[in-house]
Design a protein around this ligand. Structure first.
Ligand SMILES: *Cc1c(COP(=O)(O)O)cnc(C)c1O
Length: 428
């Protein structure tokens, strides 16, 4: 499989080139040169055996020439060794829970796959630095996906004081090859610093710096897999041929991976882009004007993105035609108050405890009367700070997360300036 970019198909790239570059040299995002077609009978059969088995088949459609059969099997078995249940909440309400992985958020799918695959694509003599900006969940998933990978250092930037205690613990308690930096600024500052370092090609080459953000192909492509799995479960539950799928969104890596699945032949009626007050995409779908702007802080902070990178992939897959886009995606934004009310409603009516991000999905599903399901992107356990004041009870914390809270947090403070980030990278 060769890869092109969202801005040009004049030149194509190998998986290695695309995976190590992260962002394409022309400033665009990498895309498969040809989107492979999935055999849905095969998908159904494999999914009935396990998520990992199905993922091995789908990953093979992209990566067969780059990884051996044994490697594909090994990567998918180890990256996807947790359950992915479709929960019936009540009435027409269903949600696909994507938060049963090691860090209890859907980003485990992409990060776990990328960590293991990059370890295999790296040549033995090459030392790599993975640089990533996080608004909460990316950092912890990447930290766990890459922890103890031979020859790879991970540098994680997060906005100081703007992520939850548990999220911070997940990034700052692993140590070893995982280096956490707390930035005196916003998530957009973190993203900009990372972009500026990536723009310095000489520095990058010298220190072998690459990204693990959701824009990286190795994180983006595996996020298409659970759409297939959710579809098989939805059909098994008696659902229509083509469900509507609601995606709680921030940087739109998740939703655009769903669009990829659809182009591989998966029957999805349409997507609902569920946002918080950072409603750049719902507004664009409504008015036709795309107006990126600084993010605002909300109770669903992993979706606090004001300039979503994957807008380019959405444009590239649809040819940028707004009418075509509107047939495929509708939007809905929820305020903090609405999200809190939604948390209350899910609990009072159905006894279901939902995190703020997934609750934005529920609210969008309710608004549009969706026949299908919303994706639950994080465990409520990670957002006790939001949930407890609303419900008066704390969500229970799975044992694998509780252990982290007792460990000392280790991170270094840094101003929102890329020269300081370069100094840090050079010092590792
Ligand atoms: C990252 C994240 C999102 C947003 O996903 P995107 O791919 O950036 O749109 C939603 N919910 C949670 C819990 C997340 O961690």
């Amino acid at each position: 499989m060769r890869y092109i970019t969202t801005r040009s198909n004049d030149k194509s790239y190998s998986l290695r080139e695309a995976a190590f570059a992260g962002l394409a040299p022309d400033g665009g995002l990498f895309m498969p040169a040809v989107i492979p077609a999935a055999d849905l009978d095969e998908v159904r059969e494999r999914a009935a055996s396990s998520f990992a088995d199905m993922a091995e088949y789908l990953a093979g459609l992209f990566f067969e020439g780059d990884l051996s059969k044994e490697q594909l099997r090994d990567v998918t078995r180890t990256a996807f060794d947790f359950p992915v249940p479709l929960k019936h909440i009540g009435g027409d309400l269903y949600t696909l829970e994507l938060f049963h992985g090691p860090t209890a958020a859907f980003k485990d799918f992409g990060a776990g796959f990328m960590g293991r695959t990059l370890g295999l694509l790296r040549s033995d003599s090459q030392r790599l630095t993975i640089l990533t900006a996080t608004s909460g969940d990316t950092g912890s998933a990447v930290a766990h996906g890459f922890h103890d990978t031979e020859g790879i250092d991970v540098v994680i930037l997060y906005p100081d004081g703007k992520i939850s205690d548990l999220q911070e613990s997940q990034m700052t308690t692993l140590g070893g090859n995982i280096h956490a930096l707390r930035v005196d600024g916003t998530f957009d500052d973190c993203q900009r610093m990372v972009k500026e370092v990536f723009a310095d090609t000489a520095f990058r080459a010298e220190h072998n710096v690459t990204s693990a953000n959701s824009i990286n192909l190795l994180r983006w492509i595996p996020q298409s897999f659970y759409y297939f799995y959710g579809w098989t479960l939805w059909q098994a539950a008696g659902g229509d041929e083509a469900p509507e799928i609601v995606v709680p969104s921030g940087n739109y890596g998740n939703l655009s991976a769903g669009m990829l699945a659809r182009r591989m032949g998966l029957p999805i009626k349409r997507f609902v882009a569920a946002s918080n007050a950072n409603d750049v995409i719902p507004e664009w779908l409504r008015t036709g004007d795309y107006r990126p702007r600084p993010s605002v802080l909300t109770v669903a902070n992993a979706m606090d993105v004001g300039a979503p990178s994957n807008y380019e992939r959405m444009m590239s897959m649809t040819g940028g035609n707004i009418e075509a886009i509107r047939r495929e995606i509708v939007g809905w934004a929820s305020s903090d108050d609405e999200i809190r009310t939604g948390i209350r409603e899910l609990y009072d009516r159905w006894g279901y405890i939902s995190d703020p991000h997934s609750t934005a999905g529920y609210l969008a599903a309710k608004h549009h009367g969706v026949r299908g399901f919303w994706l639950s992107t994080a465990s409520p356990a990670k957002f006790g700070e939001v949930i407890e004041p609303v419900l008066g009870i704390a969500p229970s914390i799975p044992e694998r997360l509780a252990r982290l809270l007792d460990r000392p947090k280790i991170s270094s403070p840094i101003p929102p300036a890329s020269p300081r980030l370069k100094e840090f990278i050079a010092s590792i």
